[in-house]
Design a binder for this molecule. Structure first.
Ligand SMILES: *Cc1c(COP(=O)(O)O)cnc(C)c1O
Length: 395
């Protein structure tokens, strides 16, 4: 424990305590395994919360990033750079979106989406009192705009007032959405699969009804795919399972697979009728390093047929977790899709997660009572088997 304990104590002295961290210092990784400072290895079912989709120590990815480091790291958005252009092309190809704005994080992507919605509505009627409908139990990030649409009151409480004119409906309850729609509504925003809020997938009927409401009233349908996108559900983006398309969407986390990047994307119609030069910007967003990472991520996704792989291993994980759920009375529910699944217990799960960590398995919660399974997308069935064995020994 020695050296690790020393660093942990230092961290607790020097870093602002905004996280209750697990008592481990990770040092390096290889594939789906993490190693702490003492060299102990762990099977990773968290992937840095959905970031390291392609696994650790990925040589081709590392080379792509390193060669960009040697070339140039940053220019400015006042100039063009090839990696950002190629990255936008790659995103457009798999998403069917038309216009891309690169950010450095998920929260910033959400901020951009919110500004897009307000500007789109402003250009129509010149008014400045538009409303956005978001969902209870949602999570969109920690900046003020993103926090304002995050449907967990305890995250917002101490920081009031939030940005105005946000209303909350219930995911998968279309009547609760309809009750809030009026002539001021400019956007309906939700995660296609709620992540932090407890792994709640939006249902097909709900998504299609929202699409209809948005079409009929010229309201923007905005989907947050920061956690559930990038192959996690077995499609590039979770909404692609339903034959609809959002007007605006956000991406981050696995978009860069380690290099911090995000993006918000929109259809051509929204692009032509919202943000223009001078409306929005970022110093780092769209820098060559992030662009090079994104290009390499999409290259590997395609080459390794990641979405097919996720469909197969995700189904296997689903079956195995069903068996676990059936065998334990304190497990209330099992839900999720692809490699984003959750087991809901009738008690807090922190103790189980700590036990698992002790036994070399990295798990994470989503809320106090839910264990979230969000492994690297390159995980194999044998890794699922190993995870299930350790999990069972902790229950
Ligand atoms: C993580 C997350 C965010 C925030 O992303 P950051 O990069 O932490 O700012 C937003 N929305 C969803 C759905 C997320 O999971």
């Amino acid at each position: 424990m020695g050296i690790m304990q020393d660093y942990i104590e230092e961290a607790e002295r020097d870093l602002l305590h905004t996280y209750n961290r697990y008592q481990v210092v990770f040092d390096h990784g290889d594939g789906v395994r993490l190693y702490d400072l003492n060299g102990k290895d762990y099977l990773d079912f968290v992937s840095g919360i959905g970031v390291f989709a392609l696994g650790y120590g990925n040589k081709e990815y590392n080379e792509a990033v390193k060669s960009q480091v040697d070339k140039i790291l940053h220019t400015s958005n006042y100039y063009y750079n090839v990696p950002a252009i190629e990255a936008a092309k790659a995103i457009k190809k798999v998403s069917g979106m038309d216009r891309v704005f690169f950010t450095n994080s998920g929260a910033e992507a959400v901020e951009g989406a919110l500004k897009t919605a307000r500007k789109y509505a402003y250009l129509k009627d010149g008014k400045t009192d538009h409303e956005i409908i978001a969902m209870n139990h949602s999570f969109h990030g920690r900046t003020f705009g993103a926090l304002s649409v995050t449907g967990t009151p305890k995250y917002r409480e101490a920081f009031q007032p939030m940005i105005g004119n946000i209303k909350f409906a219930e995911l998968n309850d279309i009547e609760s959405v309809k009750a809030l729609v009026n002539e001021k509504t400019c956007a309906i925003l939700f995660e296609t699969v709620q992540g932090e809020g407890g792994i709640h997938p939006a249902e097909e009927a709900f998504i299609k009804e929202v699409r209809k409401i948005c079409d009929e009233n010229d309201i923007l349908m905005m989907l947050d795919e920061i956690q559930c996108g990038m192959g996690r559900t077995g499609e590039y983006y979770a909404w692609q399972r339903f034959g609809i398309k959002p007007d605006v969407m956000t991406s981050a986390k696995a978009l860069g697979c380690g290099v911090p990047v995000g993006a918000f994307m929109m259809t051509e119609k929204v692009g032509q009728n919202s943000l223009v030069a001078g409306d929005h910007g970022t110093t780092y967003g769209g820098n060559p390093l992030g662009g090079a990472a994104i290009v390499e991520v999409f290259r590997q996704f395609e080459e390794r047929k990641i979405t097919d792989h996720v469909k197969e291993v995700g189904q296997y994980l689903y079956e195995k977790l069903e068996e676990v759920a059936r065998a334990h009375d304190d497990i209330k529910d099992h839900r999720g899709v692809g490699l984003l699944q959750g087991l809901e217990f009738d008690h807090p799960v922190a103790e189980i997660i700590n036990k698992a960590l002790d036994k070399g398995l990295v798990l994470i919660n989503a809320g106090t009572d839910i264990i979230r399974f969000i492994p690297p997308l390159v995980i194999e069935k044998s890794d699922v088997d190993e995870m299930i064995d350790i999990l069972n020994s902790c229950l």
